[in-house]
Design a protein around this ligand. Structure first.
Ligand code: ADP
Length: 274
């Protein structure tokens, strides 16, 4: 990992037990990167490196990487997947989007559907929303009693610890956008027929609870950024900054995992393909 990558990761990572105020972190911050065009080119190069490392992870077949993306509506979860994993072969990447739980899912504990969606060994799994909805929308909309929500933070930490101890590396990214940026993005969705499908009147209801969501995020970041599964707060008003930051951390983490092609027991020179 280069010094620049380490500095970036340290700046964005929430330390275990740290209390942060999202208001103190600018969603428009671009100080981590230089020129926009150069940064975009560097991100494209990182996406290719992620692909190469993913190929090694797949060949090694013994570990997995789970990337959790959380953020309010329009924060750019889909765009991140497109921007960071566009060069990654589809063979070894799964994307799972979590919507409101189905009736069957509600008949189980809230982590049941999450565990089932976790990446297989050798693959990268991306969660577009996740089990954290159960302490976000769950808390804000009071979908469960306060006492039940309160228990979930530790349950989630224990669940993630188990995943890590059994071979899954976890990276969690909160896409931090401003209320003004969300307004613009929602207006764009209303103005462009090609984006109408993305608009959901329910998003406006959630927007009315903006402050409550920000608070729920702060609590979640404080309680669930652990040594084994850290949260990162990504300045996400600028898409190129968001993609560059996440691509850098994903690439550095895969490099640290250092997956190895398996050694073969035969000598390639012994074979001849006619
Ligand atoms: P998106 O808005 O991400 O494009 P959807 O509209 O299909 O996708 O689903 C997202 C919605 O599902 C969000 O409003 C989110 O709060 C809700 N959701 C996700 N997980 C849960 C959960 N565990 N409990 C309640 N609602 C949830």
């Amino acid at each position: 990992m280069t010094d620049q990558e380490r500095t970036l990761r340290e700046k964005l990572r929430i330390k275990p037990g740290e209390t942060i105020r999202l208001k103190d972190r600018s969603p428009r911050d671009k100080s981590l990167f230089g020129d926009e065009q150069q940064t975009k080119a560097a991100t494209a190069a990182l996406a290719k490196e992620i692909d190469t490392l993913q190929d090694r992870l797949y060949a090694e077949g013994s570990r997995a990487l789970l990337v959790v993306l959380q953020g309010t509506d329009t924060s750019g979860k889909d765009g991140t997947i497109r921007g960071v994993f566009n060069a990654t072969g589809p063979l070894g990447v799964t994307v799972h989007a979590f919507g409101p739980p189905s009736r069957l899912e509600l008949e189980h504990d809230y982590l049941w559907r999450v565990h089932a969606a976790c990446p297989r060994r050798g693959t990268i799994g991306i969660f577009n929303r996740s089990h954290y909805e159960d302490v976000l929308v769950g808390k804000v909309r009071k979908l469960a009693p306060e006492k039940v929500i309160e228990q979930r933070y530790e349950q989630i930490n224990a669940f993630e610890k188990m995943l890590v101890e059994t071979g899954t590396t976890i990276l969690k990214f909160m896409l931090h956008i401003s209320k003004d940026e969300q307004k613009e993005r929602l207006q764009e969705r209303l103005a462009d027929p090609a984006k109408h499908w993305k608009f959901n009147p329910g998003d406006l209801e959630d927007r009315e609870h903006w402050d409550d969501y920000q608070e729920a995020y702060e609590i979640m970041l404080h309680r669930c950024s652990t040594q084994w599964a850290p949260w990162h707060v990504i300045p996400a008003d600028r898409k190129w900054v968001r993609n560059a930051a996440i691509a850098t951390i994903v690439k550095a983490t895969l490099e640290e995992m250092d997956p190895q092609y398996p050694k073969v027991s035969w000598n390639p020179g012994d074979f001849k393909v006619e």
